[in-house]
Ligand binder design. Structure first.
Ligand SMILES: Cc1ncc(COP(=O)(O)O)c(C=O)c1O
Length: 199
């Protein structure tokens, strides 16, 4: 399989990484990492996977050998930690009562969350639109900004990550996204400093 470009975030195929894995990983972890390599496409920000985790709680992740590490990266869990009991209870309760609501209908929890976001958002931001994920949110925001400003150019941080969709990758400012697929959306430019906005 082709190796991702070395410029892509924490891709690490170096001999040092291999030596670290040979020294530190137990047989169970090695087997699962080999299976992972067999079935998953290589991704720009996580190739190869570092290790296997079997448990995550609070700030801790635990590997197959029982070693615990503080996780300073996480993904969407930095704020409250892994497996926060209140969040787990709330998710389980909600799944029992109303696991899904089509947008043709409103529902109490959605309105309560929208009201809370409107209350804590800065300035006169008082309307929300829920999307299915971060990439989707960025793309919808670009569409709304374009509609509101009637302009189409965007400027974004160089080497930032805003998601995997066409629109969000276009404002992500990663070199390979531009060079492999040409301009992903019209008018997107990545800058070493700056922010994402419709110009
Ligand atoms: C800053 C930032 N924006 C957007 C995204 C994309 O979110 P999603 O994976 O939910 O599409 C991520 C995901 O890691 C992110 O870190």
């Amino acid at each position: 399989m082709t190796a991702p470009s070395e410029s892509e975030s924490d891709t690490n195929l170096s001999p040092q990484r291999r030596a670290w894995a040979d020294k530190n990983l137990d047989p169970e972890a090695r087997t699962l990492l080999a299976e992972d390599e067999k079935y998953f496409l290589r991704q720009s920000v996580s190739t190869p996977c570092l290790n296997v985790i079997v448990k995550a709680e609070g700030i801790w992740i635990e590997d197959t050998a029982g070693r615990r590490c503080m996780d300073f990266h996480g993904n969407n869990v930095h704020h409250i930690g892994y497996g926060h009991p209140r969040l787990k209870r709330a998710i389980a309760d909600q799944m029992d009562r109303l696991p899904f609501a089509p947008r043709r209908y409103t529902n109490g929890p959605a309105v309560a969350l929208a009201a809370k976001l409107a209350e804590i958002a800065p300035g006169n931001l008082s309307k929300v639109l829920f999307t299915t994920g971060g990439s989707d949110a960025v793309e919808v925001a670009i569409k709304i900004a374009r509609a509101a400003t009637k302009r189409y150019k965007t400027l974004s941080f160089w080497d930032a990550f805003h998601g995997a969709g066409f629109g969000s990758a276009a404002v992500g400012g990663e070199v390979p996204a531009d060079t492999r697929t040409a301009a992903l959306i019209r008018g997107s430019r990545a800058s070493k400093v700056g922010l994402t906005l419709a110009l």
